[in-house]
Write a protein that binds this ligand. Structure first.
Ligand SMILES: Cc1ncc(COP(=O)(O)O)c(C=O)c1O
Length: 411
C-alpha cells in the first residue's frame, strides 16, 4: 500500500520549520486536529468535573471521550478500565504502590534490563518496601534480544508480577510478550506491559498480548502529555493506591489524582481520531473513503498496520545507511523491532554527535534515554551512552538521509 508521507506531514504544523524530527521516541509533534480540539475545549468553556452545570458536563464528556479513545487504540476491555494520568511514570508508581500492598516477604517480582527505568524502578522500590525479591531478566548481547526464557527462567510459584516492555525505547526490541504473559499467568503472576514505545508503531491488542495492565503515553503518538494504564475493571478494583479520603473510590477514578487536564483529554481523543484516519490520509483518500464511516477500532488497526509497514521500510534505509559507515557502531540487532536505533560514533561522544546533528537541523537524542539498566549492561552509561534516532508516522526519507549525511560527516 502506498503511504503519502507528505500528506501525513501536512497535518503537523510544527514540521514546517524544516527540521528532521527524529526524536519521536521522546515525544512526537501534534497534528492540527489536536491543537484545535484543545483550543475548542477551552473556548467552549470547561469546569471541574461532576457538577450540575453545562461546562462541567463538557469536562466529563472530554474525559469519557479520552477513555473511549484509549479503549479503541489498544483494544482495552472497557472505559472503566482506563486510568488516565500525567505520565506513564506517575501512573506506574501508583500501580506499584497499590499492587505491592499485598506482596509479602518471599514474594518475587521480575523486571528486565531491557526496559525503560519507568517499568523497573517503581517495582524495585515497591518490592524493597514489601520485602519481596527482585529477579532480573537479562537481554542477550550483542543482539539485545529478550528471549522468552530470559524471563520465564525467573518464574516461580512466588512470582507476583512480571514487568516487561512491548518495545525497547532505545534498541526497539519487541519481545514475545504473549509467550511471557502465558508463562507468567501459569504461575499466577500479573503482567504489567510497558506499551509506551510500542503503541505508536503497530496495531495493539492488549488481550492478544496477554497484558493484565498496559501502559501507554499519548505524547508518543501525536497526542498531549498524558498517559493511560488499562486493565480489566475487576482487576483495578483490587488495586488500592493511596488516595484522598474525599476523592472518588470508583474505578478508574481512584488512580486519577487531583483535577484532570480536561482540555488535554479532548486533545487525546482527537489524536486517536487522527491516528484512525492516517491510512486514509496516507492513501490520499481522506474524507472520501467508505472507511471513514467504519468503526474507529478497525480504522485504527488499518492505520497502525500502514504505519508499521511504512516505518519498517524507512528503518531499513536508516539501518543500512548506518551499517555502511565504518565509524558507526549500531547497538543491538533485534529480529523484531520498533523503528528506533541506538548507535555510537567512534571518536565522537554521543552528546557531540547530537550537537553536530542539531547544526544540520536534525533532532536526535544522546544519553541513556532512561534505558538505565541496559546502558549499564552494555557498559556505556559512563561514557555518554549512545545516540538515539527514532522514526514516527511523519518521518520522511529526506529526514533519514539528512541524518545519514550528518553522521557521515563525522567519519
Ligand atoms: C518505553 C518507555 N516507557 C516509559 C516511558 C516513560 O513515559 P512517561 O514520560 O509518560 O512517564 C517512556 C518515555 O520515554 C518510554 O519511552
Amino acid at each position: 500500500m502506498s503511504y503519502d508521507v507528505d500528506a501525513v506531514r501536512a497535518r503537523y504544523p510544527a514540521l514546517a520549520d524544516g527540521w528532521a524530527y527524529l526524536d519521536g521516541a521522546a515525544g512526537t509533534q501534534v497534528p492540527t486536529a489536536v491543537i484545535e480540539a484543545e483550543s475548542a475545549a477551552y473556548a467552549a468553556g470547561i469546569g471541574n468535573h461532576g457538577g450540575y452545570f453545562a461546562a462541567s458536563a463538557r469536562s466529563d464528556a472530554h474525559s469519557r471521550a479520552a477513555r473511549e479513545a484509549v479503549v479503541d487504540l489498544v483494544g482495552a476491555p472497557s472505559v472503566d478500565g482506563v486510568a488516565l494520568g500525567p505520565s506513564m511514570t506517575a501512573l506506574t508508581y501508583r500501580f506499584a504502590d497499590g499492587l505491592s500492598r499485598t506482596w509479602r516477604a518471599g514474594d518475587e517480582v521480575v523486571v528486565t534490563r531491557l526496559d525503560h527505568d519507568a517499568n523497573v524502578r517503581p517495582w524495585v522500590q515497591a518490592a524493597a518496601r514489601a520485602g519481596a525479591t527482585v529477579r532480573w531478566a537479562v537481554p542477550t548481547l550483542p543482539e539485545v534480544e529478550l528471549p522468552v526464557e530470559a524471563v520465564t527462567e525467573h518464574l516461580t510459584d512466588r512470582t507476583r508480577l512480571v514487568a516487561v516492555t512491548a518495545a525497547s525505547n532505545v534498541i526497539g526490541t519487541r519481545p514475545d510478550v504473549r509467550a511471557i504473559a502465558d508463562a507468567a499467568h501459569a504461575v499466577g503472576a500479573l503482567v504489567y506491559v510497558d506499551g509506551v514505545h510500542a503503541t505508536p508503531h503497530a496495531p495493539v491488542d492488549v488481550a492478544a498480548l496477554g497484558a493484565d495492565l498496559y501502559a501507554t503515553s499519548a505524547y508518543k503518538w501525536s497526542g498531549p502529555h498524558l498517559a493511560a494504564v488499562v486493565g480489566d475493571p475487576g482487576l483495578l478494583e483490587t488495586v488500592r493506591p493511596d488516595k484522598l479520603a474525599s476523592s472518588s473510590d470508583a474505578v478508574p477514578d481512584r488512580f486519577e489524582y487531583g483535577t484532570s487536564p480536561f482540555a488535554q483529554h479532548a486533545g487525546l481523543a482527537a489524536a486517536v481520531d487522527h491516528l484512525a484516519g492516517l491510512a486514509e490520509v496516507a492513501a490520499g483518500l481522506a474524507g472520501q473513503s467508505a472507511g471513514a464511516n467504519a468503526g474507529r477500532r478497525p480504522r485504527l488497526l488499518a492505520s497502525m498496520a500502514a504505519v508499521e509497514a511504512y516505518e519498517g521500510a524507512l528503518l531499513r534505509r536508516l539501518v543500512d545507511g548506518l551499517a555502511a559507515m565504518d565509524h558507526v557502531e549500531r547497538l543491538g540487532s533485534p529480529a523484531r523491532q520498533a523503528p528506533t536505533v541506538w548507535f555510537r560514533v567512534r571518536g565522537t561522544s554521543p552528546d557531540d554527535v547530537a550537537q553536530h546533528c542539531a547544526k544540520a537541523e536534525v533532532n536526535v537524542w544522546s544519553g541513556h534515554n532512561y534505558a538505565w539498566e541496559l546502558a549499564g549492561l552494555l557498559g556505556i552509561r559512563d561514557s555518554g551512552s549512545a545516540v538515539r534516532a527514532s522514526l514516527s508516522c511523519y518521518s520522511s526519507a529526506e529526514d533519514v538521509d539528512r541524518l545519514l549525511v550528518a553522521v557521515a560527516g563525522l567519519g
